[in-house]
Every structure is written in C-alpha cells, then in structure tokens.
Design a protein around this ligand. Structure first.
Ligand SMILES: *Cc1c(COP(=O)(O)O)cnc(C)c1O
Length: 348
C-alpha cells in the first residue's frame, strides 16, 4: 500500500520558522481540508503543544471536528462562514465565524451568535465585505465585536505583482478603522513579502507542510514522505512499449519496475512520462502513463540490484513537493490535497 509519513516535528519546525519572520505577530495554522490532506487532528495537536493557539478551517463541520481534537482553549476560525441554521452550532462549538457577506451579517444579527471575525475584500473578488462598507457600516460592524479583521492576498506567490502592495494599502485602512481589533492579511507566501504584511496575525497553510517557494533566507522542512513498493522488476524488450496507450516506446532493452501506486492514490495522471520516483536517493523516470493503481518506472539507470519490495519515494527529501507538482502541471496545494483515502497516513 502507498504510505504517507507525516513528519509532525518538521511541520512544527516550519511553523516556528514562519513565526520568526514576523516577530510582532501571532502565527496561526491553516488546517483546512484535513490539514491539506495530512490529518488535521494530529497536525493541530502537535502544533498546539508547540504553542500554536489559533487555527483556521474552511467549513463548520471541519471546525466541529477540530474542536473535538484540540479541546478548549484554542481559537478556531471558520473561513467560509455560516449558512442559514448554523449560527447556534458555531456558538456551541465555540467556533469563530468569519463573516464575509451581507447574508453573514444578517445571520449574525441574532442573540444565538458566538464570536466572529470580519473578512474584507481588498481586491481578490472571492469572499469578503466590500471595502466601501467598512466606512459606511463601521459602527454596526464594531457592534459585532469582531476578534479579527482579515483580508486575503490574490498574488502573494508573485512578489513583484503590484497587487500585493495595493491590497496591503487598502487593508491598512481597514486595520486603522478597527484600531482595537487584531488584523490579518498574509497566507504562506504573504509571510515572505516583508514586515509590512505581517500585521497582528499570519495565516500560513501550505508552507507548514513544506510547500511554497520560499525566498533564499527561509528554509522549510519536508512535511510528508509519500512512498510505495515495487512489486515487479523485469526486462522491457526492444521495440515494445509500456502502459496504456503504448506511449513509452523502447528503442532498446530497458530495465523496468512496476510500483504499487497510481492516480487513485493522488499520483496525478497528468504526471505521466514526466514525474520521477526516487529509489535509494536516485531519480527514476516514470515510463508511460500512470494507471489507477500502478506506475512503471524505468530503472535502467537507477541503483543496482533493485528487487520487488524496494521502496520508491514520490514525495520527500528527494522528491520535492513543488517540483513533483510542477511535473504534474499543478501546484503543491493540489498534489497534497489530492492524496487518496487509500494512502495510509503514519505520524512521526
Ligand atoms: C487557505 C487560506 C490560507 C492559507 O493559504 P496558504 O497559501 O496555504 O498559506 C490563508 N487564508 C485564507 C483566507 C485561506 O483561504
């Protein structure tokens, strides 16, 4: 079976590394989508022991499960905010609702409510109250006693993009309108943009798990090792081809190995013919198409004496998350959150 070994101590170290970038700010942890596929309960518990007291998830249900996992005393923000009929559930689980629409404000005008945060749209056009409302409705919004005002950067992974500074300037006005309320703007990549982006609270997600492309002064550790096992080693004869669609032609005899992992496990089919697997630290190319449960590697130039039972690393110290994702034409976000339910998660 494919295995994902989640290195919780490395995730904690990454949290500390990100925390050190903004000494004046609190560093939260975004653990939505089951901590990007790695297991929100285990990851959040490890971070809480290390001193992280603020977590973000996307859905109410994720928040309720996380509350059970980490117990009382941590603040849990729910980014998508409440739908009709959910307000009391937020209060009962002591979840902080992130209010980002007129409907949210309407739902929150009830006695059943708990704590809230206010999300302002500074240019992403996805979620958030319009900037104009911050001026016109400032008094009404203050009456909700938000514990955080926040916004989200659209282009933080592109440090040269002028939209970053424009959003920061717009958000500074929001923060000034709520001088007694902590403010938060930066996701992982936002943490790399410099001091002006830290505000009172940062919200890294992917970087905790070893993803993103940090600047030279920031070194992140591997968050997860994805491995599986070779189940067949054989000679592929000259003038034959490998796999579905016969896309990989052998112009000479090659040594091939079949590994038990496929796109049902999250090894994206788009990585066919591009992805590599590492055996004993040596990269071996994927030969032909990735199947649902299997992938064939060309191990001719790999380490000598590979036998069934040998391990192949598809994510880890050698198989870097962002490089593997790029080989599949996607981002670390999608590769991690796509790891299938069949992948056994272990924690170290
Ligand atoms: C997902 C998310 C984050 C974390 O983003 P990363 O790029 O993974 O660090 C932060 N804030 C909001 C609003 C998000 O939706």
């Amino acid at each position: 079976m494919p295995r994902a070994t989640v290195l919780t101590s490395n995730i904690v170290d990454n949290w500390r590394t990100l925390d050190a970038l903004h000494p004046g700010a609190t560093t939260a942890a975004v653990v939505k989508a089951d901590a990007y596929g790695l297991g929100a309960a285990k990851v959040a518990r490890a971070l809480k022991i290390a001193g992280c007291q603020t977590f973000f998830v996307a859905y109410l249900e994720e928040g309720m499960a996380l509350r059970k996992a980490v117990g009382k005393g941590a603040r849990i923000f729910v980014l998508n905010g409440p739908m009709r009929g959910e307000v009391a559930a937020y209060r009962d689980a002591e979840l902080t609702a992130v209010l980002s629409s007129e409907l949210h404000l309407k739902l929150w005008s009830t006695a059943a409510r708990g704590t809230c945060a206010i999300h302002v749209d500074t240019g992403m056009n996805r979620l958030g109250l319009p900037l104009a409302m911050i001026d016109t409705e400032a008094t009404a919004l203050r009456r909700l006693a938000p514990v955080l005002v926040m916004s989200h950067l659209a282009c933080a992974d592109d440090p040269k993009n002028p939209m970053n500074a424009a959003q920061r300037r717009a958000f500074e006005e929001v923060a000034d309108t709520f001088p007694d309320t902590p403010a938060s703007l930066a996701n992982s990549a936002g943490c790399y943009l410099g001091k002006g982006y830290g505000f009172d609270l940062t919200r890294p997600g992917l970087a905790l798990y070893g993803g993103t492309t940090p600047p030279a002064n920031v070194t992140l550790k591997t968050g997860v090792v994805l491995e599986s096992t070779i189940i067949n080693v054989f000679k592929g004869r000259k003038d034959t081809s490998v796999g579905y669609g016969a896309t990989y032609s052998l112009s000479e005899d090659r040594l091939l190995a079949t590994c038990a992992i496929g796109y049902a496990d999250g090894l994206l089919r788009a990585g066919s013919g591009k992805l590599k697997g590492w055996i004993d630290g040596v990269p071996c190319p994927v030969a032909g198409r990735i199947s649902m449960d299997l992938v064939t590697l060309d191990i001719t130039d790999g380490p000598k004496g590979i036998k069934p039972g040998a391990h192949v690393e598809f994510l880890g110290e050698h198989a870097k998350l962002e490089a593997q994702a790029a080989a599949c034409g996607t981002l670390g976000y999608e590769l991690l959150t796509g790891l299938g339910p069949r992948v056994q998660r272990n924690y170290r």
